[in-house]
Every structure is written in C-alpha cells, then in structure tokens.
Design a protein around this ligand. Sequence first.
Ligand code: AHR
Length: 492
Amino acid sequence: MKKASISVDTRNVISDIDSRIYGSFIEHLGRAVYGGIYQPGSPLSDSDGFRRDVIELVKKLGVPIVRYPGGNFVSGYNWEDGVGPKDKRPVRLDLAWFTTETNEFGMQEFASWLEKAGSEMMMAVNLGTRGPDEARNLLEYANFPGGTYWSDLRRSHGKEKPYGIRTWCLGNEMDGPWQMGHKTAYEYARTVTETAKLMKWIDPSIELVACGSSNFHMPTFGEWEHTVLSEAYEHIDYISMHEYYANPADDTPSFLAENIGMDRFIKAVVSICDMVKAEKKSSRNINISFDEWNVWFHSKENDEKIEHWGRAPHRLEDVYTFEDALLVGGLLITLLKNSDRVKIACLAQLVNVIAPIMTNDEKAWAQTIYYPFMQASMYGRGTAIRTITECGTYDSRKYSDVPFIDSVAVRNDEKNELTLFVLNRGLDDDITVNLDFHDSVKGIEHISMSGYGLKETNTASSSPVVPHAKALGSGPVVLDKASWNVLRYSLI
Ligand code: AHR
C-alpha cells in the first residue's frame, strides 16, 4: 500500500474563515426558481408556494448567503417587475436564456424564502441594460428605512423594516460578449465607480463586488482586472471570480487536479489586486468573491436542443457523478487554503440548475456533490490551518507533479474540534497516511465517500452515492483510492 504523511500544527494559521465562503446561487434560469424553490399548488409546498422538501435540504447544507437574481439574467432584469402585487407584474422575454419570465417570483418572495431557509441575500444589480440610477433606486427600496419614494413603496408592499442587504454584486460577467450590455474594461470600470459611489452614499455599510473576468481563459483576463481595480479601487470591496470545470474527454486524472487550476487562478487575481494596491500606495486589500464555481458540462448537449421562449425549461440540469463530488471536495479544499483572500464563494447553483439539489413533482434529492459541500459547510467553520503533506505525485495530460493527496485543516474553537479535509486523487491505490499532530487530539469519526464507480450518480429513483462514517483513532488512517475524507478530532 502507498504511504503518505500529513502534519498539522494549529499555529499554522491561514485565516479566519468567512462563513460566506459556503454561499450559493439562485438565478432565474431553468427550474431553479419555478419548479425548484417555488412551486405553488404542489402538495410539497407551503402556503407561500415554497417547496418544503427543498428548504429542508438547503438548511442541511448550511448555506449562509445566496446570490440572486443572476447571473446572465440580471443583465436584462427590471427589479421593479418582481415586487408589489403579483397580478400587476409584467410577463417579459428573458434574453439571457431565451425564456419567458412571468415575474411571479421576485426579490420580495426570495427574501421570504431566505428567511425560511435561514440564509442571507447577496443581491446583484443590472449594469447591462441599466445602470447607476436603477441600482441606487433598488438600494433605497431595499435598505432605506422610510419616508422616501422607494422606501415607502417597499413599506406599501408589506415590508415595514428594510431588508438590510449587505453584500451587492455590481453586474455580472460584464467582460463576456454573451452578456446583455457587454462592456470594455474601461466602460465597466467607469460604470462601477459611479454606481458604487451612489450606493455607498445611500448606505455606507454595504459591501460591493465588482466583476472580474468570466473565467481564467478570457482573452482580456488580467488587463480587465487591472483596469477595473485601477479605476474603482477605493469604491469596491471584492472582485469576482467565476470558473466551471469539465471532464468532456473522460480524463479523470486531469479532472481531479482541476483545483490546482483554481488555485493558480486565485493566486493570479490576488497578485493583480495587490499590484494595484501597491500602485495606489493603499493600505486596503481588495478580496475575492468567487461567486460562481462548480462542475458544468453534462447538460450542454441537451441544452442546445431547447426551444426558445418556454417557461422554466429543464436547462443546465447536470446529473453529477461520483468523480464530480471528488473534484467539488478538492475545490472546497482550495477555497479554504485561500481563505485569507477568498471571503465569499458561491456554489453555482443551488437547485435544479447545475445544482446539489434536484426536484421533480414528487420529491427532492441530493446529488453526489451535495455531500462534500455539506460537510465542508458543517465542519469547515472557524480558522483554516495549513497542513504539510508528503506524498507521491503523478503527471496527467493537463497537469504535472500532481500530489495524490490534497488536504487542509480547520480548527473550531467554539467546539474545540479539528477537522481535516483530505482528497485522495489516486485511482489505483489506497494510501496509508501517517498523521502528525502538534496538538493532543482524540479521533471522533472518519466520514468518507469512496468505493463508488467514478460515473455513478444519484437520481430520483436511486441515490447510492452517499457518505459513510466510521470510528477514528489517533493513529494512521487509510484513505481509499479515489476518496473524499473528513477526519474529525476533538482537541484535548
Ligand atoms: O451559472 C450559469 C451562468 O454561468 C450564469 O448565468 C453566468 O454568470 C455564467 O456564465
């Protein structure tokens, strides 16, 4: 059996973890809203039309913040269409996904849903077809106490107290030619600056996320970030990152190493933030909001066949495999390893659309990727600790010198617990890992996902891919080949 070692010293602190790193995303896209979180008339829904089974699964996931209402959708959205009496709301064409949007569900309903799901709103403003004026009106509607046109309109809609939304996205993927109102870096940088100024004048307590590149491979990557940051540095708090991972050529060794690509991307964006910081002689950091990340490729062929202008079609309904769950575990390890600069991250998305939770008219169920996310959200709160791992490496078609094992630890002082998240990327061998702790620890349990076929899935009719827990001592641990592991210890 292969051997490796992980050494953990809780003084080796990366950062306090911002719980918003376990955020997610609901867009008006496919069946995320309609038929996902909202299905009036269904026996599975409550009196507000919210699917109770979905709320239960979302609560177990422990998602502290949910980005809304898009995504590409927000770049053509009139937020006013989604508030006030439902019978007055207009039906419109959505040019992001070529569907018909009824607006039966808007921010009012989303805020009520979040209350039930125990989460907070991360609101995006439309900087595609609209601009600073609509953004400031929306903020006044959402966060101003009363006595003005927009805040009183909110009160007339039955919401006396402000929503108090603290995290706001300034548009979405504005570097992408597919985006409604696509801009050059400089055009966007100017719009961001002017929008941010007005928004912070109304409510200085809010935090603002400016759009970074839509992915690492955009031709304008780097120059885009530099231009936006150079212009808007003093007005914003975060720059966004988006990236989706895929395994279309069935190259699992490369696929399971994609979190190395995520790490390089994060380091590159942090470098640009810090370069602009130095150029401006600023003492303030701009941090990262990795507000779209996941695996996305299974549904692409099917989505090309969808006819235009339908309502809530089955779009982006990726059915996730066991190997997708392994990579999602790896991506979470990378987010935690970079938690000194990644303060917000959103698994895209939450229900039905490239999502951990799926629904049909009869039930809701957890996809394979649900479990590593739930475990990280549950046990990965507190302080991220850097581990030192010694193990063998492999070369894949895309990455060389890939360590078989990737790991990070989290210390939770409230519970006096230490948790290690460990991925074994090796497809052929189990690995015995010698654990060397600086602190005294006592094993609680070893939760793992292993032993499944790489392409095994969970569906409405059967959900075989689930985690298993077994007792954990303080000595060496065997990590099965191709496995995601959560090693839980009490600190004594
Ligand atoms: O999450 C799906 C889409 O991916 C979002 O609408 C967009 O921002 C990204 O391209």
